[in-house]
Design a protein around this ligand. Sequence first.
Ligand SMILES: NC(=O)C1=CN([C@@H]2O[C@H](COP(=O)(O)OP(=O)(O)OC[C@H]3O[C@@H](n4cnc5c(N)ncnc54)[C@H](OP(=O)(O)O)[C@@H]3O)[C@@H](O)[C@H]2O)C=CC1
Ligand SMILES: O=C(O)CCCC(=O)O
Length: 493
Amino acid sequence: MEMTPATNLQLKRPDLLRSQAYINGEWLDADSGKTLAVINPASGVVIACIADLGVDETRRAIAAAEQAQKLWARKTAKARANILRQWFNLIMANQQDLAAILTAEQGKTLAEAAGEIAYGANYIEWFAEEAKRIYGDIIAPPSADKRILVIKQAVGVVASITPWNFPNAMIARKVAPALAAGCAFVCKPAKETPLSALAMAVLGEEAGIPAGVFNVVCGSSASAIGGEMTSNPLVRKLTFTGSTPVGKTLLQQCAATVKKTSMELGGNAPFIVFDDADIDAAIAGAMASKYRNAGQTCVCTNRILVQRGIYDEFAEKLAAEVRKFQLGDGAAAETTMGPLVNSKAARDVTALVDDALANGATALTGGRASSLGDCFYEPTVLTGATREMRVFKEEIFGPVAPLFAFDTEEEAIEMANDTEFGLAAYFYTQDHARIWRFGEALEYGIVGINEGLISNEMAPFGGVKESGSGREGSKYGIDDYVEIKYLCLGGLE
Ligand SMILES: NC(=O)C1=CN([C@@H]2O[C@H](COP(=O)(O)OP(=O)(O)OC[C@H]3O[C@@H](n4cnc5c(N)ncnc54)[C@H](OP(=O)(O)O)[C@@H]3O)[C@@H](O)[C@H]2O)C=CC1
Ligand SMILES: O=C(O)CCCC(=O)O
């Protein structure tokens, strides 16, 4: 459907708002001429109508990436690092414009959006530095006439599929290690949030990323674009962030050509508060880890487990903090929580809360959709939550904190690990022996201990069990984008 954009975005650089796709250094319409409307979830206003690409354009982007990758990988690590560093500089110089675009398409507050731009840029800065630290090895040989060397080489063309909840940072933390290692990159942003990806491409081009090394393929048919990405033999790696069911489908599709994969999938993070915890610190941690991005992150607290002796005090204090949220358009200065990404997300959260209420939970605050619009849900605290409720098992992806009671540490660890997911977990205690014991017993890739904010570019981000594989960020992050090659030198005597 053709719609006329009615954006009132005030940008210092209006050229950052693009509607064409970016392939091989060119800005292009869809072959079909079709477009896709990008809608502001707070207002329902159309921000832009972007090129709606399909299989053919994706195939051309992959072919262009394959050609460009060879030259990119031959550049020195320092040359690649300098370009990445320049990209970081440009992103930070345009932080406010990028944040305004992000808020318009995704809904989070401007302050959160500016934070995300800096967060994403930090990965680019980090991997600009790591580009120069990809080391090989020399290994003791089995006989005197041999030498064993290990080198690390770029995997080649990387395809990326990312979600709408972090439209900038999820791409940044994949593209940065990929480019640092010498890979070329074809990304498919979520259909709700392609504008942040296209704005990144504008600045990447300015930073000197050669044509074909970074491509953005946007469109309404994820299965068509994803199908080409996963079946095309020129793609050597797929990196995905999103839901576990889609991740499993993509893994199956990648099997046919045995691609390397990195999967950042769903979570069901427990947040455990022991009765020896500093309760005010635990409240602050719960607020940060639960309500960030209106609860729409894969590391968001999903289940709050509180030891029975402090349950009522914790619940009252948390509800008092949650009542302070000012729900509204993320672009308004007074707003502290924006809408959910679309009306389906709000309906999904409504169904989860209604299930809990019908099964005996009580809403201390919230507990219903907001009258502000069909994408808004009131920030909510539920007491009396039980394991039989859907909120115990399913990713809520909304501003809802269900509080479960427990009595013993054994019960807490059993409840915390009783899920197929294993991404992030949090716990609060002042007992040092328990810190080690409980931290080691949690079956999760990331554990916040007396801390609710765990994401940064210096740390390895990733999950176990059905939350995925691979690590993003940190010194380990580059490993996902290199292949180990063993060189055996013979005849040396
Ligand atoms: N782990 C995480 O970080 C995330 C978890 N989720 C969870 O998933 C739920 C649903 O969210 P949703 O946005 O639908 O998540 P999805 O997993 O469906 O979407 C994530 C990305 O995958 C793409 N995608 C979807 N289906 C396919 C396919 N068949 N082939 C290739 N790509 C595909 C989407 O494209 P498009 O948007 O264009 O359809 C998007 O770019 C959330 O409520 C939340 O529970 C969601 C997002 C992130
Ligand atoms: O929700 C996600 O998709 C992961 C991003 C969250 C973070 O980086 O903290």
